[in-house]
Design a protein around this ligand. Structure first.
Ligand code: TYD
Ligand code: MG
Length: 467
């Protein structure tokens, strides 16, 4: 009962609830992350729980370590498996972050329902009835799915001992607490201590654990940064609560790449995989409208065709132009606008520019550059791009077009969706013929603008970028 606490003086420190930086004295602003009013009283590091003493063997020769142990097991949810690179590795700990109401509990309940061995869902936030009602709605009434409404970590560990599940969900890590850590539930020391204990349990028993994590108002994971370091995998569940689309990405993954995107739709029966995202993203597209360009992008191994939209309007004289990017990187947009103005003489300097990806999907991929530039040029000149045209390519500071990965897969996907002309960087590798597709090669942004049929005729004469 005395445990780790008795061995040291429980020193009061002030810990930032956002980033976990500890301060010897209270201050209005955290020196770690710069946030205001985030410091809370807490017990010093010495007061926190420590990792259970490891009973693992000492050093071994690297050749003697079997690779089989770390093999992922498919979960039965294809989009989740895609993001995880095959499935869940036994004994691993995954943190799932996302805004309230985005569907974290739904996703994990579906995960446990799809699993074949014994699983345990620990609800430390909602009552067993609430979870039961959701399970009913999702058809998740498997015999081997155990539900435990509990907030005390030792009781949770007892339940793991009793049920011996293969997979455990803790919903959420912020609401479980360990009485041996002398700090209030939800505090930095509690969250860190509980996570470390659970990681210890997972490694020792070979049980896989998924922790639900709350996010801060800025969208980062709440709680100490160390939380992200102690787990094996960090997943982010995103989306617009007003739209049904949900995106799952890994920001850290010890067992595989982090560039795959999982796509779900929230429907009445829970989360449903989106097998054909391109069609979904292009569903509402109107052709013949200026300021729209279509880009076959790559998300990990999967090509996804998206629409980039731009709107420009005369800025207010004397006021810096507005630049707004939604679903796109704002810094990248600024750079592309500068290139458009300086290298291709598209008069954007005094224009307010709004650019977005249709469907609210967040993308950052160099292949989008050309689409963003052509959407803006099309908006400025008030001329639509041809309806059967798709484009991709990275734009360099010199106005040159650079090749991007997986040209062939992008072209095939564009063709599948009915596009017949594609502007690509001149150096793109040759693609197999056979498909009815006109590939137009351009070595500069200006060439691409001309190839897309945009002319300078409607641009007001004498309006030149000032830069
Ligand atoms: P939830 O999984 O509770 O979100 P989180 O755990 O991230 O807070 O899901 C919240 C929303 O999802 C809720 O507003 C209702 C909606 N929902 C559906 O549309 N269909 C469903 O089948 C379920 C279970 C939830
Ligand atoms: Mg929830």
């Amino acid at each position: 009962m005395m445990g780790a606490m008795a061995s040291s003086k429980a020193k009061i420190v002030h810990v930032c609830s956002e980033c976990g930086t500890s301060h010897p004295k209270w201050a209005g602003r955290c020196s770690g992350c710069g946030d205001w009013n985030t410091l809370v009283e807490d017990l010093g590091d010495d007061g926190g729980a420590e990792l259970p003493v490891s009973t693992r063997p000492g050093p071994v020769r690297i050749g003697d370590v079997g690779a089989a142990e770390g093999n992922p097991e498919a979960t039965g949810l294809a989009e989740l498996d895609r993001v995880l690179g095959g499935g869940i590795v036994p004994g691993s700990v995954t943190l799932l972050g996302g805004e309230p109401g985005i569907g974290k509990s739904t996703l994990l309940l579906q995960l446990l329902a799809a699993w074949t061995g014994p699983t345990l869902y620990v609800t430390a936030e909602e009552s067993a009835h609430q979870v039961g009602r959701r399970a009913e709605r999702l058809g998740a009434d498997r015999r081997d799915l155990w539900l435990h409404a509990e907030t005390s970590l030792p009781h949770v560990i007892d339940a793991i001992e009793q049920i011996r599940p293969e997979l455990v969900v803790i919903d959420s890590i912020q609401t479980v607490h360990d009485p041996s850590i002398g700090s209030v539930p939800g505090s930095v020391a509690q969250v860190r201590g509980c996570a470390q204990r659970l990681v210890g349990e997972a490694k020792e028993r070979g049980v896989s654990i998924v922790l639900v994590g709350h996010v801060t108002k800025e969208g980062g994971l709440a709680g100490p940064r160390v939380l992200e370091h102690v787990v094996d995998t960090v997943l982010q569940f995103e989306g617009d609560r007003h739209h049904a689309l949900r995106l799952l990405r890994a920001s850290k993954h010890r067992f595989g790449p982090t560039n795959e995107l999982g796509l779900f739709e929230m429907v009445n029966e829970g989360l449903r995989a989106v097998p054909d995202p391109s069609s979904l993203f292009l569903a509402d597209r109107r052709t013949g409208v200026p300021g729209s360009a279509v880009v076959p992008t790559m998300e990990g191994h999967r090509p996804i065709v998206v629409e980039v939209q731009a709107l420009t309007s005369d800025g207010v004289p004397g006021v810096p132009s507005r630049r707004s990017a939604q679903g796109l990187d704002a810094g990248r947009l600024s750079m592309l606008l500068a290139v458009l103005g300086r290298r291709s003489r598209v008069p954007v300097a005094e224009q307010d520019v709004y650019a977005s990806t249709a469907g609210g999907v967040k993308l950052s991929e160099p292949g989008l550059d050309l689409g963003v530039c052509l959407a803006v040029a099309s908006a400025v000149r008030d001329q639509p791009l041809p309806p059967d045209l798709a484009v991709f390519g990275e734009v360099g500071l010199g106005g040159e077009l650079r090749q991007v990965s997986h040209a062939a897969r992008r072209l095939t996907e564009a063709h599948r969706l009915g596009f017949r002309r594609v502007i690509v960087p001149a150096n793109s590798p040759d693609v197999d013929g056979g498909v009815d597709l006109r590939v137009v090669r351009a070595s500069t942004l200006s060439e691409a603008i001309r190839a897309a049929g945009l002319t300078a005729s409607t641009a007001p004469a004498g309006l030149r970028p000032t830069g």
